[in-house]
Design a binder for this molecule. Structure first.
Ligand SMILES: [Zn+2]
Length: 446
């Protein structure tokens, strides 16, 4: 049986027990408005050799499936495009739909600061506000509160495993902007320095106002530099926050009964420690979450192992989202170890620096050799950019500092990743996943 979220203690949300019971039953009855159905299992559709399983460190837990939300279905594995501030940078939502994106992920921290979650609520929610009719996600804001707060960007922070440093490490030359206590986090806005408070309850209130179909519980992000002792302390804090998120989520679901049901995913932390990851999965897996996010400190080399540890423990009938990955090989690692969805800012981020993906790898369009190259970014690509514009034209736009270059390259890069994940899904179903992976990565990294 799931833990009873009504037993969660919360200093900032003291509600009478009967009212909580009512909210619990009302919200639980609405959980059926969100669903997940497993399709083909990788281990059955594409049996792996003993050597492949040994190399992976364990059985392959990948699968296909379908997530059902009030704004439509997501066929998984699915790439979730990132629209941090309710926009995929430089790309129209109509273009995202046209290139096959199934869902978009925005960020609660950024939208809370600007324009304010109440504005999105009045607009009818994130999708209505940005003219996107499909499913939407918001992440809880915890990552931004804490990573921007310590002045670290994720990549710098996660590069090396050195747990010997101080637990309050701050990036060189930066002021610590976030302070964590058991009840929540004080942080300064990266926009204007104003002081703000986030807690599990506030994160839930903000995310309910933003109105995405899938939300994430508020968690503490640790880094690989934190000590083992701090990781344990933090994991317990995230567990208590998860209970408080569920209680507040149920209360809000009940009090906002006219709104579409919003699913809540618990977030698994535990850094690089197997016992902590597994414990987090058992603790949160027993709570009535609709799905799970795998988050926090992940080294590229351990990505598959950590995802597999988590998915060996998490309930099989609920979807799992891997928070924030970047490269094509990471995507295959995530898929074969059982991540159903994952998000990534890379396609638009690198596009703004004129980098474009092709099956033969990533190239940069700023080079002089593209000046008279009148072919498409990628031969045979079906995207709007490749069917209408040349490398020479986009090279010119980039050199002339015209904004349209970012738009055209972003459309192509988003299409490239969306299609690669779609093809991986089809390959699982047709029993050819491992051949498809070897061929795709062999060509991309050759
Ligand atoms: Zn293209």
């Amino acid at each position: 049986m799931p833990a009873n979220p009504a037993s969660a203690s919360s200093p900032s949300a003291p509600a009478a027990a009967p009212a909580r019971e009512t909210a619990l039953h009302g919200a639980l009855s609405r959980q059926s408005e969100f669903g997940f159905r497993v399709g083909s299992r990788l281990s059955e559709a594409c049996p792996a050799s003993a050597a492949q399983v040994a190399d992976n460190g364990g059985e392959f837990l990948g699968r296909t499936g379908t997530i059902t939300t009030p704004h439509g279905e997501i066929r998984t594995p699915a790439f979730i495009a990132v629209g941090t501030k309710a926009t995929v940078k430089a790309v129209l939502p109509e273009s995202m739909a046209g290139l096959g994106a199934q869902a978009l992920l925005a960020n609660a921290y950024h939208l809370y600061l600007q324009p304010g979650a109440d504005i999105l609520d009045e607009a009818g929610g994130l999708g209505a506000f940005m003219n996107w009719s499909g499913p939407t996600f918001t992440d809880s804001g915890g990552f931004q509160v804490m990573s921007l707060g310590s002045g670290f960007k994720k990549v710098i922070d996660m590069k090396s495993v050195d747990a010997s440093g101080p637990d309050d490490a701050v990036a060189p030359g930066k002021e610590r902007l976030a302070h964590i206590d058991d009840d929540g986090v004080w942080f300064k806005s990266h926009l204007n320095g104003d002081r703000h408070r986030f807690s599990p309850e506030i994160s839930m209130q903000v995310q309910h106002q933003i109105g995405a179909d899938i939300m994430f519980a508020f968690d503490e992000l640790t880094t690989l530099q934190n000590s083992r002792g701090y990781q344990e302390e933090s994991l317990e804090r995230t567990r208590l926050w998860a209970e408080r998120c569920i209680a507040e989520h149920f209360r809000l679901t009940d009090s906002r009964a006219g709104k579409p049901y919003q699913a809540l995913f618990g977030v698994i932390q535990g850094a690089q420690y197997e016992d902590l990851r597994r414990k987090a999965c058992r603790d949160l897996g027993a709570m009535p979450f609709d799905g799970f996010g795998i988050g926090g400190a992940l080294e590229k080399e351990n990505l598959g192992t950590i995802v597999r540890w988590c998915n060996e423990e998490l309930p099989e009938d609920k979807p799992r989202h891997l928070l924030g990955i970047s490269e094509p090989d990471d995507i295959f690692t995530a898929i074969e170890n059982g991540a159903d969805t994952f998000d990534c800012v890379s396609p638009t981020r690198v596009a703004r620096n004129s980098a474009f993906y092709t099956p033969q790898g990533r190239f940069n369009l700023s080079g002089a050799k593209y000046k008279r190259d009148f072919g498409p970014l990628q031969d045979g690509c079906d995207c709007y950019t490749c069917t209408h514009y040349s490398r020479a034209y986009i090279h010119h736009l980039f050199k002339a500092k015209e904004m349209l270059s970012a738009t055209l390259i972003s459309i192509h890069n988003e299409r490239f990743v969306v299609k690669m994940v779609d093809d991986a899904r089809l390959a699982i179903e047709s029993g050819t996943f491992f051949e498809f992976k070897a061929e795709t990565l062999g060509r991309y990294y050759s």
